[in-house]
Write a protein that binds this ligand. Structure first.
Ligand code: CP3
Length: 352
């Protein structure tokens, strides 16, 4: 695809810088959004969160979820809004019990054995109807130049929570399960591929223009299983989405895939590829060539710290991506203790 450089005008064919880059353009200043941009670092989020009851109630109440989606757009004017929801609404709609414990993170009734896998699904799209209503509300309220991103978790990352019943350091439970019960694990992954595609197609019908597939724990898959557990499930999702949701742009984020990034890019062929904090930009550019847009990869701790090291990190990233198709983002989600002034500073640095 021929790249077009758009140096001066903020308005483009789609009128949305983020979509322009995903569609093949290069901009002098990259579009910017931040993973987890709606969340606890924002006082207006904490206020609303305190009134919403449970976290899942917030996700499933369209007026509130739409408001939270729009908060960071109003405050900072990011180039994209990301739907406010969570990757764990998919297990919830597959019939697994999901709760968010205050200060502890997610708790699910763990899938312990082959029978547990058999009981999973089918996906109850009606349960997710509030998510689609949220999308409908947000799309009518976004500034013209702001793109709208939907999302889900990749099968590997979602399965890790479903099997362990919570977040774990090394993903031991899911890895053990996959070795002990390879057929059941493959069945669970198949169910997640199918459910995730149905879910993202429904988000697309409701009005998102791009989606991000979060494989937050890709870097913890053993190298000899990376293909089976990370690459192929996401590749199958992307193939199905291209057939069923024409025009939908797809960003994949196989976080910290490292030396497996090339394999991932070649086989899954997302429109955009997110880089984790430790990934080398020059190396990643060599690997994907001009074929894919790269997104990332500021260290969330550099943003939290602010000051001269933030300025220097941002300058290094802008320099390393110069002349290439780049979406500025963090290398993982923004941390709850990040001062909002540091995000304002980041916007100044990136926008110039
Ligand atoms: O602004 C956005 O990016 C949109 C909203 C969003 C949330 N979660 C809201 C949320 C998105 C895109 C996610 C993705 C998500 N959720 C991932 C993938 C990205 C990543 O960070 O690796 C994962 C692994 C989850 C699962 C999850 N949800 C965990 C482990 C936790 C607890 C830890 C934490 O950060 O609090 C959550 C809760 C959660 N999801 C919160 C938010 C704003 C905090 C809950 C609260 O406000 O009480």
């Amino acid at each position: 695809m021929k790249a077009t450089v758009n140096e001066a005008s903020p308005t483009t064919v789609s009128g949305k810088p983020l979509l322009e880059v995903l569609d093949g353009g290069v901009r002098k200043r990259p579009p910017i959004w931040l993973m987890r941009q709606a969340g606890r670092y924002l006082p207006e989020y904490r206020d609303l969160r305190a009134r919403a009851g449970s976290f899942l109630n917030l996700c499933y109440t369209p007026a509130l979820a739409a408001e939270v989606t729009l908060q960071p757009i109003r405050r900072f004017g990011f180039d994209a809004a990301i739907l406010f929801s969570d990757i764990l609404v998919v297990p919830d709609a597959l019939g697994q019990e999901v709760r968010f414990e205050e200060g502890e993170g997610p708790r699910l009734s763990p899938v312990l054995d082959v029978d547990g896998v058999m009981r999973i699904g089918p996906l109850d799209l009606d349960r997710l109807a509030p998510v689609f209503e949220t999308i409908d509300r947000v799309k009518g309220a976004l500034p013209r130049e702001t793109a709208f991103i939907g999302f889900c978790g990749a099968p590997w990352t979602v399965a890790s929570y479903m099997i362990a019943g919570q977040g774990t350091r090394d993903l031991e439970p899911v890895r053990l399960f996959a070795y002990r019960h390879p057929e059941a694990f493959a069945m669970l992954m198949d169910k997640l591929v199918e459910a995730s595609v149905d879910y993202l197609c429904a988000q697309w019908r409701a009005g998102v223009e791009a989606v991000q597939i979060f494989d937050s724990w890709a870097g913890l898959a053993p190298s000899d299983q990376f293909d089976a557990w990370c690459v192929r499930p996401v590749a199958r999702m992307i193939d199905a989405l291209r057939a069923r949701a024409p025009g939908l742009r797809i960003i994949a984020f196989p976080r910290e895939a490292g030396s497996n990034l090339k394999r991932f890019a070649d086989v899954a062929t997302p429109d955009g590829l997110g880089l984790g904090v430790s990934e080398d930009i020059g190396e990643a550019r060599r690997i994907v060539g001009g074929a894919s847009v790269l997104q990332g990869n500021l260290d969330p701790l550099a943003l939290l710290a602010g000051g001269r090291s933030l300025d220097a990190s941002v300058a290094r990233i802008l320099q390393a991506f110069e002349g290439s198709r780049h979406i500025f983002n963090l290398g993982h989600g923004i941390l709850p203790t990040t001062p909002v002034e540091h995000v304002e500073r980041l916007m100044k640095l990136v926008r110039g």
